[in-house]
Design a protein around this ligand. Structure first.
Ligand code: YNC
Ligand code: MG
Length: 388
């Protein structure tokens, strides 16, 4: 059934529930001299290209490929529209490798027709910190689908990851593959319910009018928590301590140092927003919340072309109740004109989703590890990792 994935070092469906299999790497590393030195073969009309995201021209080509061909919802009403600034942020974290930003071009026209990326990360799995690649932005042009190009792209990124002496990876997909470490659900909190209903993102509830719906989702004009403010560069050490301590409770979570926190969590306009609570009395940073900006194109609507969505990222509460902290996150997202605030049921998110009027989405997000076996699938609340 999975002609490609059956050949890969991933947990296989036939092994689910077999607790005699060891936890950890499925295959040992091979000497670097034994890693294939040449790229995998592509069909003869195509060639590999390394995408330098520093180049405005290349970044625009990647942006356009994804804008027109990347992930859609099940009903093909919306398609992710990652901004160029977001792509640069997502692909250039500390220690990134340009060689992991892989494109495929048509030889004749030089048009970019496929893409896949990796970025390095330290991910803790139970009590082991593992160097991994986070694989993302796998995309094949709509006209080249179902030609088995994706397995070649995956093998090529794997080869280039191996060349850096890294042997594990983490990735997410909307499709079921062998085999998820956990399956998460998206929840959506309407901020602009009229627009969401007009574009078909949500529906008017039974026995609800538009004005009653608008009232239901109304939020205060400004955050309620004393000392709630935007994160700044000088907060990086304190936020790193807070986050490291918090993420330690989850079975799988990133192992962030200060450089990672500066990159992934320091606010970047229209890319990532982070807020914290600094106690007014003793100037201690006690709580933190963050979200990233990922608009979707609205396919075939006369009035609206873009859905502005915020995605919950990492949140830590030690003093302010998580419910209150996330309500303040909703308020600032509303101030910034987002239409919807999305969150997965990871970490402790289930404790606020229903109460803050999030509704469950359709479609699931599956999390995977490459070349690392877990004895047992996790509950989504045991996962401390958010991929972009
Ligand atoms: C997928 N999303 O099952 P089997 S997520 C992985 N992730 O193989 P073809 C996928 N594998 O089942 P198409 C996949 N989708 O026969 C399909 N597959 O073993 C598998 N969509 O290939 C599939 N982006 O080329 C099958 O399919 C084989 O032309 C079929 O291309 C697929 O970024 C795709 O959803 C997804 O652009 C490129 O449909 C295309 O359909 C497309 O005939 C819209 O492929 C955009 C989209 C996926 C977003 C993502 C994470 C990707 C993870 C890849 C795996 C990484 C492994 C770790 C590598 C490093 C290791 C080290 C160390
Ligand atoms: Mg294909």
């Amino acid at each position: 059934k999975h002609k490609f994935w059956e050949t890969q070092p991933v947990g296989q469906f036939k092994d689910v529930g077999d607790s005699s299999l060891p936890e950890g790497p499925i295959e040992p590393p091979t000497p670097l001299s034994e890693v294939k030195q040449e790229p995998y073969n592509l069909p003869s009309q195509y060639e590999w290209t390394t995408c330098d995201m520093d180049s405005e021209e290349t970044c625009t080509e990647v942006y356009n490929l994804l804008k027109n061909n990347y992930v859609e919802d099940d009903e093909n009403m919306f398609r992710f529209n990652y901004s160029k600034e977001f792509l640069r942020w997502a692909l250039r974290p500390p220690g990134y490798y340009t060689s992991w930003h892989i494109g495929v071009r048509a030889k004749a026209s030089k048009k970019l027709v496929a893409f896949i990326t990796g970025v390095p990360a330290r991910i803790r799995v139970l009590d082991e910190v593992v160097k991994m690649a986070e694989i993302n932005f796998l995309c094949v042009h709509k006209k080249l689908r179902s030609k088995r190009l994706a397995p070649v792209m995956i093998k090529e990124v794997t080869r280039r990851v191996h060349l850096e002496n890294i042997w594990q990876a983490a990735y997410t997909a909307g499709v079921v593959l062998p085999t998820p470490i956990t399956t998460c659900q998206y929840w959506h909190r309407s901020l602009n319910p009229k627009k969401l209903i007009d574009v078909g993102f949500s529906r008017l509830g039974a026995r609800m009018t538009m004005s009653r719906t608008i009232k239901l989702y109304k939020l205060p004009d400004s955050p309620a928590t004393p000392g709630f403010r935007k994160m700044e560069l000088c907060d990086v050490p304190a936020v790193t301590r807070l986050l490291r301590n918090y993420l330690g409770q989850f079975a799988v979570a990133p192992d962030f140092d200060e450089n990672d926190v500066e990159h992934w969590l320091l606010p970047t306009e229209d890319v990532v927003d982070s807020y914290l609570v600094e106690s007014p009395e003793i100037h201690e940073i006690t709580d933190f919340c963050s979200f990233y900006t990922l608009p979707s194109s609205i396919l075939g609507n006369q009035t609206y072309s873009t859905l502005k969505a915020a995605y919950s990222y990492y949140n830590v509460s030690t003093k302010t109740p998580l419910l209150q902290l996330m309500n303040d996150a909703l308020i600032v997202a509303k101030q910034k004109d987002f239409d919807v605030f999305n969150a997965l049921d990871v970490m402790q998110n289930e404790t606020f989703l229903k109460e803050l009027k999030f509704g469950p989405g359709d479609g699931q997000l599956h999390y995977y590890l490459y070349n690392y076996r877990l004895r047992k699938a996790l509950k989504s609340s045991e996962l401390g990792l958010v991929l972009l």
